[in-house]
Design a binder for this molecule. Sequence first.
Ligand code: HEC
Ligand code: HEC
Ligand code: HEC
Ligand code: HEC
Ligand code: HEC
Length: 487
Amino acid sequence: MPAAVVDARLFSLAMLTLVACSSSSSPTMMTRAQLLDPQACQGCHPDQYSQWSGSMHAYSSKDPVFRAMNQRGQRETSGQLGPFCVKCHAPMAVHEGATTDGLNLDQLPEQLHGVTCFFCHSVASVDGVHNNPLTLASDNVLRGSFADPLVAGRSHLADYSALIDRQTAASASMCGACHDIQAPPGGNIERTFQEWQATAFPAVLGNTCAQCHMPQSTELVAVAKVPNAPLRRAHDHSSPGVDVALTDFPNKPEQLNLVQASLNPTLQTAICVERFAGGSKVSLIVDNAAAGHSFPSGSAQDRRAWFELTAYVASNVVYSSGAVPAGTPVVSSPDPDLWLLRDCMFDGTGAQVDMFWQAASYEGNALPAIVTFDISSPDFYLGHKQRYFPPSGSPITTPDRITLKVHVTPIGLDVLDDLIASGDLDAGLRGLMPTFDVGDTLEWTPDAGTHTYVDRDTGGLVFCATTTSLNVQADKFPAPVKTHCSP
Ligand code: HEC
Ligand code: HEC
Ligand code: HEC
Ligand code: HEC
Ligand code: HEC
């Protein structure tokens, strides 16, 4: 073999070893300051970074409604709220001592805004069930669900933690620690975690928050974009719910689409009609089929969800409820039949209050989640809510077509108006608050009313239209009739 060839072979072999060496030796370890900064994760975890960047977790301390409410709360309590709000909305800023009340959020460095990567991935223990009782580790180890994270190419320490593993109930206690609020006067005004615990999801299916809210990739992918990364399932970090960014923010169109897609299958509905000689009795049956907690949940004191039902004879409207002109707060509707889902809050004397730091108690009428998957259990259909229109059950002129739309506004226009009137919120933001339709418009006609059941009181046959698998023959429970807070 000519010497030159041997040399070339040796040379290329040496080159290969060199390249392999430099890619398999770990890059320089990140400093704590770098670990705190989500942007420092972008290079190796671009997908998680980009999804998180457009999430409400990233927006939580930029959210102008949050800032307005916190500012007002601090003023009205003469600062007694202290870090209460920012402890969940900008937890790293509080942890680092960069804010004590959230009134200086404009001055905070970018990396301390929102619920950050470092915050979730450093949780060492969950020491309670509400108001963010999470303790962070100080060992700079980023926790995740991999017991064997690739060492080469990794610029940080890493380890397994059940608190970040969506297959374990412990992970729900991590999410739940923030998704459950007890206001200073004692009102348990946000209860998503508590609600979830009472459903059939944790016990039977083991469904945690992240199993529904951080869907798993169908493809195996490299979750770190480094050479020789193992292929794994990635988990979506966009966490869509109902709320959306109002101001300029990354991925806004995607966020709207994700929220819409997540809302669409949430409820199952049926429009039912029972005919009499003089008219027809009309009702809705509604089931919270997909949420692992009540619907609405979380900020249900500020959320407004309602049902718009319109009955026609030809093109004439013979009955309608819940038709609210765009831009009008639904709570100001004079409609006595309105079916509005929202929480009401009261202070220690039982008087209604509008801002949640004042709440000593609450009353809710949300649609409950499934409490058992056992079809033979009497509780199986507890979530099947039925409501008549009008609520008295009096017959209306027999319609030949009925439509149903379900609307939800993430933060009610009445709440925004209240914050605008107190000088805390820019009036220009009001017009940017979306109202979503939950699913498509459902239509009943005599032809579409093919699902039937026998009315227990009248013995008459009821004809229902539904586009879902809702079982109209099963037990039905009356939905609350009263939907406004004041008597
Ligand atoms: C230089 C590249 C690099 C950077 C920068 C980087 N990571 Fe990683 N990270 C990795 C590699 C490699 C793994 C292991 C991947 C595997 O095993 O599939 C990993 C794994 C992880 C895991 C999973 C750990 C486990 O045990 O389950 C988490 C969580 C994580 N990184 C978060 C972050 C965060 C947050 C940042 C920013 C502060 C960050 N990473 C920055 C390369 C990087
Ligand atoms: C079985 C699936 C499932 C589980 C489990 C689940 N969720 Fe949800 N969640 C949903 C659906 C469906 C919605 C309604 C659609 C939407 O808002 O996008 C929702 C909505 C939400 C919302 C928006 C609030 C609202 O008014 O609807 C929050 C916040 C939320 N979930 C947090 C959580 C937390 C925290 C947990 C765990 C304690 C959890 N979820 C468990 C499916 C689930
Ligand atoms: C609200 C808490 C939370 C925040 C904020 C968060 N993560 Fe995660 N992350 C999780 C959970 C939970 C999982 C684990 C899912 C599983 O495997 O069970 C996860 C998984 C990961 C993984 C493993 C790969 C995967 O997709 O499952 C990486 C890498 C990661 N996160 C990086 C980041 C980065 C980078 C950021 C910020 C840009 C971030 N995370 C923000 C909760 C969070
Ligand atoms: C440090 C507290 C904290 C932790 C831990 C946390 N969240 Fe959140 N989460 C928030 C805050 C604050 C918001 C709302 C931001 C806003 O609307 O301004 C939010 C918003 C959300 C939303 C969107 C709600 C909506 O109405 O749009 C979902 C879904 C969600 N979180 C799910 C999760 C899941 C799943 C986990 C666990 C993997 C988790 N969160 C862990 C504080 C937290
Ligand atoms: C225990 C953690 C926690 C505390 C404390 C907390 N929040 Fe939140 N906040 C959340 C979570 C989680 C969400 C998202 C829930 C949802 O969208 O259903 C949220 C959502 C919000 C929203 C937007 C969603 C809406 O529909 O209104 C505003 C505004 C807000 N919070 C203001 C405040 C203010 C003001 C305080 C203090 C008085 C505060 N929060 C205290 C966790 C917290």
